[in-house]
Design a protein around this ligand. Structure first.
Ligand SMILES: [Zn+2]
Ligand SMILES: [Zn+2]
Ligand SMILES: [Zn+2]
Length: 143
């Protein structure tokens, strides 16, 4: 494996959740340009070193994310404020899978489950007084 590919793989493996090409570029800094990161991620996904998926987020639209195969089966929470993926411990799908197999006759092999919303930091910012208002807004009623 080339130096660039192994550096990109290490960045994905060390991340606590899925990362985008931009995230990896941010981690590696000046050591790798964005095009190299994109290519390396593609190669790593094709060679099954990392898992690739597309994720649609309200603000950013569809982005490709990469997650380490070292992560055991896990689920993630995507924050729509800071666009981080935060790991969610455990799996809640067991009962749903069992019901689908029992009631619908499906043989479920795998599933993906994501939560989206605001992380505690972003939720606090949004709840703060004055949040969402422009700083330069003139006071109402004054003339
Ligand atoms: Zn957040
Ligand atoms: Zn997002
Ligand atoms: Zn699960």
């Amino acid at each position: 494996m080339t130096k660039a590919r192994s550096a990109v793989l290490a960045a994905v493996d060390e991340a606590s959740g899925p990362v985008s090409a931009g995230d990896v570029h941010g981690i590696l800094g000046e050591n790798a340009d964005l095009v190299t990161v994109y290519r390396a991620l593609h190669w790593l996904a094709d060679a099954a070193y990392v898992e690739e998926f597309a994720f649609a987020c309200e603000e950013r639209g569809v982005e490709r994310y990469y997650v380490s195969k070292r992560h055991p089966h896990g689920h993630f929470f995507h924050c729509e404020g800071c666009h981080r993926f935060l790991p969610v411990e455990g799996c809640f799908a067991g009962e749903i899978v069992a019901a689908l197999e029992r009631e619908r006759g499906f043989k479920v092999l795998t599933h993906t489950l994501y939560f989206t919303g605001y992380c505690p930091d972003c939720a606090a910012v949004r709840a703060a007084p004055g949040a969402g208002r422009d700083c330069g807004e003139p006071p109402t009623g004054a003339s």
